[in-house]
Design a protein around this ligand. Structure first.
Ligand SMILES: [Zn+2]
Ligand SMILES: [Zn+2]
Ligand SMILES: [Zn+2]
Length: 104
């Protein structure tokens, strides 16, 4: 004769709610196409980049923070467009500068 003891399954914490729904700037996402096939500023100045980031508000293509010129972040500061996605093949994530949130 066992007593159920009222034990509930342990709740695994609320990390799921941080994915995407935590960003309050989703209205900044438009159905954009990349403006160019490489970092726009680097192409002008002959710079090099490591990875490419796409601004989901205007289609600006900039280079990532591992690149010498970090044009994607500079574009955010200049334009206040908060959300980028990766332009690397197989990478589907988005990133919000204002919330510092990553989601897919
Ligand atoms: Zn956000
Ligand atoms: Zn660049
Ligand atoms: Zn932009």
């Amino acid at each position: 004769m066992s007593d159920p003891d009222g034990s509930l399954p342990a709740s695994p914490g609320g990390t799921e709610s941080r994915r995407g729904s935590g960003c309050t700037h989703l209205a900044a996402i438009h159905d954009v196409k990349p403006n160019s096939s490489g970092c726009e500023e680097c192409l002008k100045i002959g710079g090099r980049w490591v990875h490419l980031r796409l601004c989901l508000t205007c289609g600006h293509v900039g280079c990532c923070d591992s690149s010498p010129n970090t044009h994607a972040t500079k574009h955010f500061h200049a334009s206040k467009h908060p959300i980028i996605s990766s332009l690397e093949p197989g990478e589907l994530w988005k990133f919000c500068y204002l919330d510092e949130l990553v989601w897919e």
